[in-house]
Design a protein around this ligand. Structure first.
Ligand code: NAD
Length: 416
């Protein structure tokens, strides 16, 4: 484990770019460990490793990026999940993020009833930052990443995620057919974020209905961290629902000013994440990065509910969910309520119908009501209840192709 912490993405890139640019790191279905990657063979000992079926990478000399694809579970179908374009300080951070996010995708697809498995991919720039990537450079990065995804033969299907756009997905599409969230003009569903925001908002409404018998958020105080694609759209919904106060924070001043201009008497800008966490409110909605709920933040919290879009909000999911439950803070599992984005994208493969999305928005409300009632009946937290539901759903294999994902992983691994 010391080894991981010491290694940077730049070190890893240099070690592999010449000798072994394409690699298969580990997986429960195949035991191919390339000698060039023995430094990482201990990944199976990482706490975030959960019997992942396959982890692939490419050190891409032309674009100067590391490409990673994490495949957690393909029982229900091809692994589906977003592509994150992001810099990491250490390989430990990168692998931990990929392992956690891909597992969360398995759970998310399973509780949503999708016939998809769970995966995630990462593009990590080496020697430059995401912001430095010009439109021309992005074309090279995403085209080469598309070739990498093609080499997995469909075991993993990409989608939009942090710092990626429908245009980037279109570039990936130029190299393979294993990508969703492509622009509407080429038959895709475009930006999924407004649907994700609507799903989170419906879960808020379901929660106040079950817990307080209310039909809207009137008279409540809400805090939102992160006012990007999802948080910005969520802010509009909660303002329209009659909140008395909306506390917001973001790293980008302009985004906060825009939202304040919508309802100056209701919206209050707070200077930092820490000040937002300590602000007394009814609902805290994390809509920025992951791991916002950790040992440091939990003692600061002064909210009654945590209902937000960010992936992997809990640093240590079971332990921190239990801690919140004991404190009387109701935490709605992120993978349960931020599913609308992936539903929007995943269903593209079957043709895109807006009516499907409307049905799913109703379903997320009903599912949240059922989750809260059932967890209350059993005396467990909604997180525990959702994990039980996900584990059950993950045992149900794809009705037509029960073993195909594992066969595809085997094929792709044997070619490395
Ligand atoms: P985004 O990049 O559009 O917005 C994120 C916002 O958070 C940005 O405005 C950024 O400045 C801000 N931010 C980052 N760090 C911050 C900090 N420490 N304090 C305050 N603000 C900070 O991303 P998004 O698409 O809106 O997604 C938000 C979260 O929801 C992410 O965790 C994402 O993985 C998750 N999610 C998104 C979707 C979707 O459909 N977009 C679906 C499921 C989950």
């Amino acid at each position: 484990m010391q080894h991981f912490a010491a290694l940077t993405p730049a070190d890893f890139f240099q070690q592999n770019v010449e000798s072994q640019p394409n690699g298969f790191l580990c997986g429960k279905t195949v035991s191919v460990v390339n000698p060039a990657q023995t430094a990482l063979s201990g990944m199976e000992q990482m706490p975030d490793y959960d019997q992942h079926e396959g982890v692939f990478f490419r050190a891409d000399a032309e674009s100067g990026c590391l490409f990673f694809a994490f495949i957690h579970n393909t029982n229900r179908g091809q692994a589906q999940g977003g592509t994150r374009f992001y810099s990491y300080n250490t390989m430990l951070d990168l692998l931990s993020d990929g392992l956690r996010l891909s597992k969360a995708m398995s759970e998310k697809c399973a509780v949503a009833g999708l016939w998809w498995g769970g995966g995630k991919s990462i593009i990590c720039p080496v020697g430059f930052t995401v912001k430095d990537a010009t439109p021309e450079k992005r074309k090279v990065i995403f085209a080469n990443f598309g070739k990498f995804i093609a080499s997995l033969h469909g075991a993993y299907v990409a989608a939009e995620d942090m710092n990626t756009t429908p245009e980037d997905m279109q570039t990936i599409l130029s190299q393979n057919r294993f990508v969703t969230c492509i622009p509407k003009q080429t038959g895709g569903s475009g930006n999924p974020s407004p649907f994700t925001a609507e799903g989170v908002f419906k879960s808020m409404l379901a929660t106040v209905a079950v817990m307080e018998g209310k039909s809207d958020l009137s008279g409540m105080r809400i805090s939102i961290q992160g006012l990007g694609n999802v948080g910005g759209a969520l802010a509009r919904y909660v303002i329209q629902s009659g909140v008395t106060k909306l506390y917001i924070t973001d790293l980008v001043q302009e985004r906060m000013e825009t939202i304040k201009s919508w309802a100056p008497e209701v919206v209050e800008i707070l200077p930092s994440k820490e000040s937002l966490l300590q602000q007394e409110c009814d609902i805290f909605a994390p809509c920025a990065g992951g791991k916002v709920i950790d040992d440091q933040s939990i003692p600061l919290l002064r909210c009654r509910y945590i209902i937000g879009a960010a992936n992997n909000q809990l640093e240590r999911s079971e332990e921190h969910a239990a801690q919140l439950h004991q404190m009387g803070i109701l935490y709605l599992p992120d993978f349960f309520i931020n599913r609308m984005g992936i539903i929007n994208c995943a269903n593209e493969q079957y043709g895109w119908l807006e009516s499907t999305l409307q049905e799913e928005v109703v379903k997320i409300y009903d599912d949240t009501v059922q989750l809260l009632q059932e967890s209350r009946r059993r005396g467990i937290s909604p997180q525990q209840m959702a994990m039980i539901q996900a584990a059950e759903a993950l045992t149900r294999v794809h009705p037509i192709w029960p073993n195909r994902g594992k066969q595809l992983i085997q094929k792709a691994a044997s070619e490395r």
